[in-house]
Design a protein around this ligand. Structure first.
Ligand SMILES: [Mn+2]
Length: 324
């Protein structure tokens, strides 16, 4: 899948460094945390003379706190303390949010390696290992490790399996190829703690999250255009004690109503209304709908944000008693 030559270039870059610095994108998801923690462990094992540090502008979400090294992710990055930067799951410098304060780490002043699966990756690093057909950055790391003969212990395999699981929605998204199943088998063989991932990531939710989702589900309405729509005001967030990030995933339930063209969840946040759009249909392009509100995304998943607030609209009609 990946050119051996490219992997060798990355290894040569690592080998010259005394201080290896791994960086993943802001608002890190399971693939970002899984890939940064797995990469750091692989580097520590295979380059024992180098120091390895992990950076992200946001700390690891509590959900992924069970992963080895998640607690070692630091927010403040001092570029002069690194020789080589390794970017994981990050399609563009701005997604790391270090681009404004530390533009020099992306400019080729330091050698860098980017490992990512986003087709939109801007190839900003010195060595770019970009595999759009991979389900996740973690899947690419399994390939790299196997190509190099780097062994995977249960800790590393658990981090990698977390990324593969979360980016495929628990092996249900359309990116769940036969190669993904082979990768999962490979990771289970290496001792990945699959049940721990299932429990921590897919089978646990805070009470505030469940209450927020309850409101999303309760407020679903069906529009004449064939949309399943729900909306949350700031009052809903206050009443449930949930924060905005806890809304992630609720739209998949709204999108489950059969026969709908699209689903939309609107939410108020700090003077803006954010919209998330999904569709299961091939003949509907929700990125175009989001574009009408200066948003964007993919054909089947998109979003937008506009300044303003939500105002309920109630429609009433008179139903006359039937005359006998
Ligand atoms: Mn990813």
């Amino acid at each position: 899948m990946i050119e051996r030559n490219l992997i060798q270039q990355a290894v040569d870059t690592f080998a010259k460094a005394k201080r290896l610095r791994c960086v993943c994108h802001r608002n890190p998801d399971g693939d970002a945390i899984g890939s940064i923690t797995a990469m750091a462990q692989l580097l520590e094992l295979n380059f024992p003379n180098a120091t390895v540090e992990l950076f992200c502008v946001d700390p690891a979400p509590p959900t992924f706190g069970f992963l080895p090294l998640a607690h070692r992710i630091k927010q403040e990055l001092k570029p002069e303390e690194g020789d080589v930067f390794i970017y994981l799951d990050s399609a563009e410098p701005k997604l790391t949010e270090y681009h404004e304060t530390l533009p020099q780490i992306f400019g080729g002043t330091w050698p860098s390696v980017c490992i990512d699966h986003h087709p939109t990756n801007s190839r900003f690093a010195t060595v770019n290992i970009i595999v759009p057909e991979a389900s996740s950055t973690c899947e690419i790391l399994v390939d790299i490790a196997d190509t190099l003969g780097w062994s995977l212990n249960p800790d590393i395999a658990t981090c990698l399996l977390t990324g593969v699981y979360t980016d495929t929605g628990g092996l249900v998204h359309s990116n769940t190829t036969s190669r993904v199943y082979r990768t999962v088998a490979r990771l289970l063989k290496a001792g990945a703690r699959q049940q721990m991932i299932v429990q921590q990531v897919f089978r646990s939710a805070k009470i505030s999250t469940l209450r927020l989702w309850g409101r999303v589900l309760e407020k679903i309405s069906i529009t004449p255009e064939g949309g399943a729509i729900s909306a949350l005001t700031e009052g809903d967030f206050r009443a449930t004690g949930a924060d905005y990030s806890e809304l992630t995933g609720a739209i998949d339930y709204v999108n489950a109503v059969p026969g709908m063209k699209f689903s939309l969840v609107l939410a108020e946040r700090a003077g803006k209304v954010k919209g998330s759009l999904r569709t299961l249909r091939d003949d509907v392009d929700v990125s175009k709908m989001a574009g009408a509100f200066q948003g964007g995304g993919h054909k089947k998943a998109a979003g937008f944000a506009v300044s303003g607030k939500l105002v309920p609209e109630v429609r009433w009609k008179v139903q006359q008693d039937q005359a006998n």
